[in-house]
Design a protein around this ligand. Structure first.
Ligand SMILES: [Zn+2]
Ligand SMILES: [Zn+2]
Length: 139
């Protein structure tokens, strides 16, 4: 069997990431990539994800206390995270005009804003449905 080239592995990892809108963790992505590359290791998937994000081709979503997730879309956009299952979805928002920063008078000398990052959190539709089902079962 022909040995797969490293760049080919990376392409498949990227393809699987872009095909998955839930911003998978390295573990979740590994499960998918393994169906196409049965001999790939989790370490390889992880290393390639790190390389791709260093290159700015994908982005990393880091949340304290949670596994890192990866996003095939490198453009700046906002995310919402489910507090229950941890899945992450994109939030569509108009320009950043809504985030005009009001600094108190005393800190006028302060920051020039270069970037803004807003993290929404909530309950995803699946978890909401589950919660509603278990509530009605309790009756
Ligand atoms: Zn959820
Ligand atoms: Zn995203």
């Amino acid at each position: 069997m022909k040995q797969l080239r490293k760049t080919h592995q990376r392409e498949i990892i990227l393809e699987e990431l872009c095909a998955n809108p839930t911003h998978p963790t390295a573990d979740e992505l590994y499960e998918r990539v393994r169906r196409r590359l049965p001999r790939v290791s989790l370490a390889t998937v992880y290393r390639n994800l790190e390389i791709l994000s260093d290159l700015g081709i994908i982005q990393k979503i880091e949340t304290a206390g949670r596994q890192k997730r990866y996003d095939g879309n490198p453009e700046r956009h906002h995310h919402i995270r489910c507090l229950h299952c941890g899945r992450v979805d994109d939030v569509d928002m108009a320009e950043d005009s809504e985030f005009e920063i009001k600094m108190p008078e005393r800190s006028r000398h302060g920051f020039r804003v270069m970037d803004v990052k807003v993290d929404f959190s909530g309950i995803c539709p699946d978890c909401e449905k589950e919660a509603r089902a278990s509530r009605s079962n309790a009756h």
